[in-house]
Design a binder for this molecule. Structure first.
Ligand SMILES: C[S@@+](CC[C@H](N)C(=O)[O-])C[C@H]1O[C@@H](n2cnc3c(N)ncnc32)[C@H](O)[C@@H]1O
Length: 257
């Protein structure tokens, strides 16, 4: 996989992947039901870029869709493959990135849940990724994409949480914002992940994160500039409800022109 100028950011290594699955069980968050409903009329193959450990991909498979996924994190992909196999599924999964993924087939829909698209921390790169999405959709194909709005750039609070792993290990995260650039709408943070066993620190991983947040109309214009039409937006997974300033997620649904 080619490297970029930001190779260590947004890595989702082994402790992050383990915590992800404890913290966000398959089907438990409200986005899954929303996306299952929005994609229910799709007859052809669905691509999930940044599919992670399958939290969304698995319910789509269980609903009878053909789903293809990619993710740059081998740890997340390994978990995805194992969780699919437990349920009797063997979807095509590959190690690719938003920036340069490629398939010879076209998709009927592309879905990017939660904040994954904000992990593209550069405006021009994000527009190029939207064009890449368009080029991988059938004409009239559906793009469904969640965006964390610009308001989150103002949230500077620390993130401190803990979980107990299946083997009894204590897993902790301590996240701190390290930079906020209001001009480029970009934030950097450092997440420190730790594994404690019998009160002894046995593993520690640092995960630098970089995210770019979007304005509502800015993202609508970005979709229109990259070949999408029939754009609709919902706030906080309430289908058809216009976004509010207090919403923490905006879902855009658009068609390839
Ligand atoms: C918040 S998780 C979402 C996983 C999954 N889509 C879900 O709904 O649970 C974000 C995912 O984005 C992936 N990611 C990070 N950088 C990426 C990139 N440049 N291209 C594609 N995926 C990336 C991470 O490895 C991680 O699995």
């Amino acid at each position: 996989m080619p490297s970029n100028s930001n190779t260590t950011a947004n890595r989702y290594g082994s402790i992050a992947a383990e915590i992800y699955d404890i913290d966000k069980p398959v089907g438990a968050l409200p986005d899954t039901a929303f996306h299952l409903q929005g994609l229910s009329g799709v007859a052809g193959p669905i691509l999930e870029p940044a599919c992670g450990s399958g939290r969304t991909l698995i319910p789509l498979l269980e609903a009878g869709h053909e789903v293809v996924g990619f993710d740059p994190s081998q740890e997340m992909l390994d978990r995805c493959a194992a969780r699919c196999a437990e349920r009797g599924f063997t979807p095509a999964l590959s190690r690719q990135r938003f920036e340069d993924f490629s398939y010879s087939e076209s998709f009927a829909a592309i879905v990017v849940p939660v904040g994954s698209f904000t992990l593209i921390d550069d405006f021009a790169t994000a527009l190029a990724v939207l064009r890449r999405f368009r080029d991988h959709l059938e004409v009239g194909g559906l793009l469904v994409l969640d965006i964390q709005p610009l308001s989150l750039l103002a949230h500077r609070g620390e993130d401190r949480r803990k979980w107990t792993a299946a083997n009894g290990d204590l897993l902790t995260i301590e996240g701190k914002r390290t930079a906020t650039d209001w001009l480029t709408q970009r934030a950097e943070s450092i997440q420190r992940y730790e594994r404690w066993r019998d009160n002894v620190l046995v593993e520690s991983q640092l995960e630098p994160m970089a995210q770019r947040y979007w304005g509502l109309e800015e993202f609508r214009l970005a979709l229109e500039a990259t070949g999408f039409g029939a754009v609709s937006v919902s706030g906080n997974y309430a289908r058809g409800r216009r976004p509010r300033a207090s919403d923490w997620v905006l879902t855009f649904e658009a068609r390839r022109g």
